[in-house]
Design a protein around this ligand. Structure first.
Ligand SMILES: Cc1cc2nc3c(=O)[nH]c(=O)nc-3n(C[C@H](O)[C@H](O)[C@H](O)COP(=O)(O)OP(=O)(O)OC[C@H]3O[C@@H](n4cnc5c(N)ncnc54)[C@H](O)[C@@H]3O)c2cc1C
Length: 329
C-alpha cells in the first residue's frame, strides 16, 4: 500500500464556532466534511447510537454532521460500509471516508483501485478498545438506559478528557448530538478514559500497529495538536481546541486551497512528532493488559478502579471547573 510523507503540517481550526465546540480538537474534520457535503458528496465516519454502540454511517446532509463529530474511543463497527463507499464512488459521487488508519487501509485494500473522487482522512490513533470493553464500562458505571449517548470529552474547554452524559429527545429514533442537553459526568465515572490513556484495553493488534508511522496511507491525518508552541511560539489561545492536520498527498494539497472555513498556520512536522507519541509509535502493551480485560468483565466498578489506580483526583475536579468556565467564554 502506498504511503505518503506529509507535505504540510498545519495547526488549524474551523472558523465555524459551533462546529469547533462540538469537535474533539479544532474541528478540522467538520471543515472537510462540510466541503464534501456542499458538493453533493457523502461523508462516512463513526457515530454512536442511543444504546451506546459505535458504528460507521454515511451522511449526505449537513444537519447530520453532529452525529459524526467528536471522538468515540471504541472500535467502530464497519458492517457493509466499504460496499456502500464503493457504490457511491462508482456512481460518481464525491466521498470522504474517515476512520482509524487501519480502517482506511482496509478500505483501500478492499477497493483495489484508485478513485479520483475518494478523499481519505485518518487520525493519529492511540488504539481502540472493543465494543465489549466499552459495554462492560457502561454496565459498571450504570450508564445504560440513563443517557442517550456519551461524549468522551468536555470539548468546550480543550485539553482534558472527561466523559459526559447527553440526555436528549431522539429524532427519528436516532440520537442527535445537536439537540443534546449536555451534562458533565462526575469525574469519578470517567475512569474509562483513564484506562484508555493507560493503554490498558486495546485490541491486541493495536500494540503492534503497522500504521503508527509518520508515512501515512490517507490524504489527510487529523489529531490533537499536543506539544504546539513548546519550542516555536504559537500566538493564539488554545483552550477552544486546535487540530493538527497533516496534508499528505497532492490531492490533499489541492483540496486545502478550497477550504475557506479552515484557519491554519503551517508548522514544523518535527513539532507534531515530538508532541504526539502515537504519530510514530504504537502504544506500549502493559503487562497487565489481559488481566485488566478479564477484571473489567468480572469485577465491580469500585474494585477495578481501585486495583488499576483509575480514581479521579482533585486535579480532575479542578479541570472540570476550568472547562465549565472556558465553555462560558
Ligand atoms: C480511537 C481514537 C484514538 C485517538 N487517538 C489519538 C491520539 O493518540 N492522539 C491524537 O492526537 N489524537 C487521537 N485521536 C484523534 C482525536 O481524538 C480527534 O478525533 C481528531 O483530532 C479529530 O478531531 P476534530 O476536532 O477534527 O474532529 P471531531 O469531530 O472531533 O472528530 C470526528 C471524526 O473522528 C472520527 N471518529 C470518531 N470516533 C471514531 C472511531 N471510534 N473510529 C473511527 N473514527 C472515529 C469520525 O468519523 C470523524 O471523522 C484519536 C481518535 C480516536 C477515535
Amino acid at each position: 500500500m502506498e504511503r505518503y510523507s506529509p507535505a504540510m503540517t498545519l495547526a488549524c481550526w474551523t472558523k465555524v464556532t459551533s462546529d469547533r465546540k462540538k469537535s474533539s480538537s479544532g474541528g478540522a474534520f467538520s471543515v472537510l466534511a462540510r466541503s464534501v457535503l456542499s458538493q453533493n458528496g457523502v461523508v462516512f465516519g463513526a457515530t454512536m447510537s442511543t444504546d451506546l454502540k459505535v458504528y460507521h454511517i454515511g451522511i449526505e446532509q449537513a444537519e447530520d454532521l453532529p452525529r459524526l463529530q467528536g471522538s468515540k474511543y471504541v472500535q467502530s463497527y464497519l458492517g457493509d460500509t466499504f460496499v456502500q463507499v464503493r457504490n457511491r464512488l462508482m456512481a460518481g459521487r464525491k466521498v470522504l471516508f474517515t476512520g482509524t488508519p487501519c480502517q482506511v487501509g482496509g478500505l483501500l485494500t478492499f477497493l483495489r483501485k484508485k478513485y479520483e473522487n475518494l478523499i481519505t482522512c485518518d487520525m493519529v490513533c492511540h488504539g481502540v478498545p472493543s465494543q465489549r470493553a466499552f459495554d462492560a464500562f457502561c454496565e459498571r458505571a450504570h450508564l445504560n438506559g440513563t443517557c442517550d449517548g456519551i461524549s468522551f470529552r468536555f470539548t468546550e474547554g480543550w485539553g482534558f478528557q472527561l466523559a459526559r452524559e447527553l440526555k436528549s429527545p431522539t429524532r427519528d429514533g436516532k440520537f442527535s448530538f445537536a439537540s443534546a442537553k449536555r451534562i458533565p459526568v462526575c469525574p469519578s465515572k470517567a475512569w474509562y478514559m483513564r484506562a484508555f490513556n493507560k493503554s490498558l484495553m486495546f485490541n491486541e493488534t493495536c500494540y503492534s500497529c503497522s500504521y503508527t508511522q509518520v508515512e501515512r496511507v490517507s490524504d489527510f491525518t487529523m489529531a490533537d495538536y499536543w506539544g504546539l508552541g513548546q519550542k516555536i511560539p504559537f500566538n493564539h489561545p488554545t483552550y477552544q481546541g486546535i487540530s493538527m492536520l497533516l496534508v499528505n498527498t497532492p490531492k490533499a494539497i489541492e483540496i486545502l486551497k478550497e477550504l475557506p472555513d479552515l484557519y491554519y498556520e503551517e508548522r514544523n512536522l518535527q513539532e507534531a512528532i515530538d508532541g504526539n507519541y502515537n504519530l510514530s509509535h504504537s502504544s506500549i502493551r502493559p503487562d497487565n493488559r489481559d488481566e485488566f480485560i478479564d477484571d473489567l468483565l468480572d469485577m465491580n466498578q469500585k474494585d477495578v478502579v481501585r486495583k488499576y489506580g483509575l480514581q479521579a483526583n482533585a486535579r480532575d475536579y479542578i479541570r472540570l471547573l476550568k472547562q465549565w468556565w472556558n465553555s462560558k467564554r
